[in-house]
Design a protein around this ligand. Structure first.
Ligand code: DP6
Length: 325
């Protein structure tokens, strides 16, 4: 029996991943770049246990079944095939993201699971291999293996599609929670729909490669303004291509749009801030560290605001004494 515990944080992409070129291997249509956060951690304990009949998965104290357990079991099957093991595991996960904050993403979940499960099954994997493994659970999880700014290479295939660190400007992110209800359509389903039905999908993929190249240059130059401009225009392009699916999908709400407008007004008033949003109505705004409080105050009228910074990539931590018994 072997028990290992890992902690991982969510990430928010500045250049987004939206579309796969290989669903089985979870290879993205284009590369992406994100910021790993320092809040809303997922802590996951994996106990490999020959004496239990099948995998178990408990999330925030609630035993899981159906799709939720199925995703974990399929991921553990991959780890077991790599480790040459057939032993089931008990997975116990705590997600600190407030329910529905739009940050209860699968990224921190699968990054923590990849690190804990690989260790519990005795695999000795380097960062790139752990990032590749996490990718198989959820694409965006590949980036949560990395501290702070992280680029996930589209790669030529499984071996080259992983995330690694990027040096860039110091920034803060203001998360504005507009609506805490669960989204109507998951990223996975909606990105498949976009790829299959949007007449603009090819343009989206090509422009994402261009946005990523420009973003990497802006990071190298430590150019916060350029990072911000690319972030905002790229986010609006993603929402445009999503809306162009058939049937259409729209994640941004009138309040989300009002926040994008408020951020433009802040810039007009001389405060540099730039918006982005994932597959939901909540908005994340990047600023220079010194402007974070002022921007957060301006956005309080739209929802609950939280200022977050760059955080660490997924790592093993000591198993809590109670769980180790
Ligand atoms: C809008 O990584 O959740 O947040 O790979 O199917 O699990 P799967 O999708 P997921 O999609 C993330 C979409 C996004 C953009 C991003 O994080 O880059």
């Amino acid at each position: 029996m072997s028990t290992k515990t890992a902690r991982a944080y969510p990430n928010i992409a500045l250049v987004k991943y939206w579309g796969k070129r290989d669903e089985a291997l979870m290879l993205p249509a284009a590369g992406s770049l994100s910021l790993t956060l320092d809040e809303f951690a997922t802590t996951t304990i994996v106990r490999v246990d020959d004496t239990v009949a099948e995998d178990q998965f408990v999330l925030n104290g609630a035993p899981q079944s159906g799709d939720s357990l199925g995703r974990v079991t399929r991921f553990l099957d991959l780890v077991r095939s790599m480790a040459g093991s057939s032993a089931p595991a008990a997975v116990d996960s705590i997600n600190e993201a407030p329910t529905g904050a739009g940050l209860a993403s699968s990224a921190s979940g699968f990054a923590a699971l990849a690190v804990a499960a690989a260790a519990a099954y005795g695999l000795d994997l380097d960062r790139a291999a752990l990032s590749r493994l996490a990718r198989r659970g959820s694409g965006s999880a590949a980036r949560s293996l990395v501290d702070g700014l992280s680029v996930w290479h589209a790669g030529d295939g499984d071996e080259t599609s992983f995330a690694e660190p990027v040096t860039g400007p110091d920034m803060r992110m203001i998360i504005v929670t507009v609506d805490s209800r669960q989204k109507a359509i998951s990223s996975r389903t909606a990105m498949r729909l976009t790829a299959l039905t949007s007449p603009f999908y090819q343009g989206w993929v090509e422009s994402t490669e261009a946005s990523l190249a420009a973003m990497l240059e802006a990071c190298r130059d430590n150019d916060f303004s350029r990072v911000g401009r690319i972030t905002e225009s790229h986010a609006l392009r993603m929402h445009a291509v999503i809306q162009s699916s058939d049937p259409p999908v729209r994640y941004l709400s009138p309040t989300s749009i009002a926040i994008f407008d408020e951020v433009v007004a802040l810039r007009d008033a001389g405060v540099e801030a730039y918006s982005t949003a994932d597959a939901g109505p909540n908005v994340a705004v990047i600023t220079r560290p010194d402007d974070a409080e002022r921007v957060a105050t301006a956005l309080e009228q739209y929802g609950e605001v939280r200022i977050v910074s760059a955080g660490p990539g997924a790592t093993l931590i000591d198993t809590p004494a109670k769980a180790a018994e």
